[in-house]
Structure formats: structure tokens, C-alpha cells
Design a binder for this molecule. Structure first.
Ligand SMILES: O=P(O)(O)OC[C@H]1O[C@](O)(CO)[C@@H](O)[C@@H]1O
Length: 250
């Protein structure tokens, strides 16, 4: 595990974009695992800027997202498909057919989960996975108590998660109760993982991820065993980490 402590959100976003750019430069056909939520928005903005400046192309890249709400169609403004289209895909040169998210509106969600696992395999697995972290330690929508052996599955969202995400909806009651999410084992199969954390409200979750016991009660601790994990976190998010946890890479 490598921890990169940065000053603030903008620097976190720039460093994350730099790693994505390096990955695409090294392999223009790379598969990126992408996340939603507030955390990666700045990284997407930075990548769009690089694309517009002509220093980066996504023409041969594939992307696969971590999760999607159950019951929202792709056209729903609160779906993660809409988030990805609006905040990233429509601003770059990636073909629509190279971008994958679970269909949370599928009639048979179990089949959709199996299909998603097959999709990940069929595009060669994830080369670089971007992750955020929930205040309760969730990664993707894997809530506390999710087995570390889980594959893509349907999850009932914790009330803390629904509360945290209510900011995007007119009413907290509108936040879907269920989601389709890549499982923890699915995520751990990514060749490289970059986890982003910004703000004091992530400090305790980050402390547990870095310094806590590996325990299914905290999904993020599953990442401790990953051979190629980089955490990029700002000062506020690092507040509870002991000095011994840092090995700042230049
Ligand atoms: O980036 P945010 O909005 O703080 O959310 C943290 C995590 O929670 C989720 O939004 C899921 O609730 C993830 O997509 C994200 O990584």
C-alpha cells in the first residue's frame, strides 16, 4: 500500500488524473474501472481538460463502473449512467459502446449481476480501478458486513449511505433502497487500485482502512491485501493517520 498525502481536493484530483493518464499512455487500450460520488468529479474534470488540450485520447480505452442504483433507468438524471455521461463520457472521445455500467433496471437482476461479471472478464479485467470510500468504510456499494468473497450482487443500501447520497435527490425518500455493485472479490481482482479520499468526514474510514484490523465489518479493509494499491488523500482525510503510515512517493 502506498499513501500519497496531498494538500487539498484539487491536488488529489490532479494526482489521480496523472495516474490515469500514465496508464493510458502506457496502454491506450487500458480498461479503467470508474467510480461515482463526489470524490472523483475533480479527476474527471482534469482528464477532460487534458483531452481538450489534445494530450490524451480515450478512443481505445474501455471503462467499467462499480455500481448502479436499482430501479433507475439509464435516462434518469440520478442514475450513475447519467452521472458518467454528463460528467465525463460526453466530453471525451470514448465510444459509447466502450463504456459499461450495470443495468439497475433489468427485469432479472440476478442475471444482470452474472452478465456483469462476464462483461468484466470479456474486456480483459480491470487494469486500473478508481475507488472512493464511504464514511462507513464502504467501497463501491459494498456495505459493512459484505463478505470479502462477494462477486457482483444486489445490495440493500445502509441508511448512512442513503443519507449521504440524498444530496443528489429532491428527497431522501427518493434515494433507491437497493443497488447492483461489483463485489469485494471482483474489485480486488483489479490489477491496480487507486483510492481517493478527501475531507475530514473520511478521516476515520481512512484510518480504519490503513491501520485497522482486516474485518468484514469494514469493507475497505479488504484492500489491505491488494498488491498494487495507492491511496491519494488530502490533509483533512489523513488527519487520523499516524506518521508511520506514510511513505510519500515523489
Ligand atoms: O465520493 P462520495 O460522494 O463521498 O462517496 C463515497 C463513495 O460512496 C459512493 O458514492 C457510493 O455510495 C461511491 O460511489 C463512492 O466511492
Amino acid at each position: 500500500m502506498k499513501i500519497m498525502k496531498v494538500d487539498h481536493y484539487e491536488e488529489m484530483s490532479q494526482e489521480a488524473a496523472k495516474l490515469v493518464k500514465e496508464k493510458i499512455k502506457a496502454n491506450p487500450k487500458a480498461t479503467l474501472g470508474l467510480a461515482t460520488g463526489g470524490t472523483p468529479v475533480g479527476m474527471y474534470e482534469q482528464l477532460i481538460k487534458e483531452y481538450k488540450e489534445g494530450s490524451l485520447s480515450f478512443r481505445h480505452v474501455k471503462t467499467i463502473n462499480l455500481d448502479e442504483y436499482v430501479g433507475l433507468t439509464a435516462g434518469d438524471e440520478n442514475s450513475y449512467r447519467a452521472y458518467m455521461n454528463n460528467l465525463f463520457f460526453k466530453h471525451i472521445d470514448i465510444p459509447n459502446e466502450s463504456t459499461f455500467l450495470p443495468n439497475g433496471d433489468a427485469d432479472d437482476l440476478q442475471k444482470e449481476c452474472e452478465y456483469y461479471e462476464e462483461t468484466i472478464k470479456s474486456i480483459g479485467g480491470v487494469d486500473l480501478q478508481i475507488l472512493g470510500i464511504g464514511g462507513n468504510g464502504h467501497i463501491a456499494f459494498n456495505e459493512p458486513g459484505t463478505p470479502f468473497t462477494s462477486r457482483t450482487h444486489v445490495v440493500k443500501l445502509a441508511s448512512a449511505t442513503r443519507e449521504a447520497n440524498a444530496r443528489y435527490f429532491d428527497d431522501e425518500e427518493d434515494v433507491p433502497e437497493y443497488a447492483v455493485t461489483m463485489g469485494i472479490e471482483t474489485i480486488l481482482e483489479s490489477k491496480e487500485i487507486v483510492l481517493l479520499a478527501s475531507g475530514e468526514n473520511k478521516a476515520e474510514a481512512l484510518r480504519e482502512l490503513v491501520e485497522g484490523e482486516k474485518d468484514e465489518a469494514n469493507p475497505s479493509t479488504a484492500l489491505q491485501g491488494h498488491p498494487n494499491l495507492t491511496i491519494i488523500a488530502d490533509r483533512q482525510a489523513c488527519k487520523k493517520l499516524g506518521e508511520q503510515s506514510f511513505t510519500k512517493e515523489q
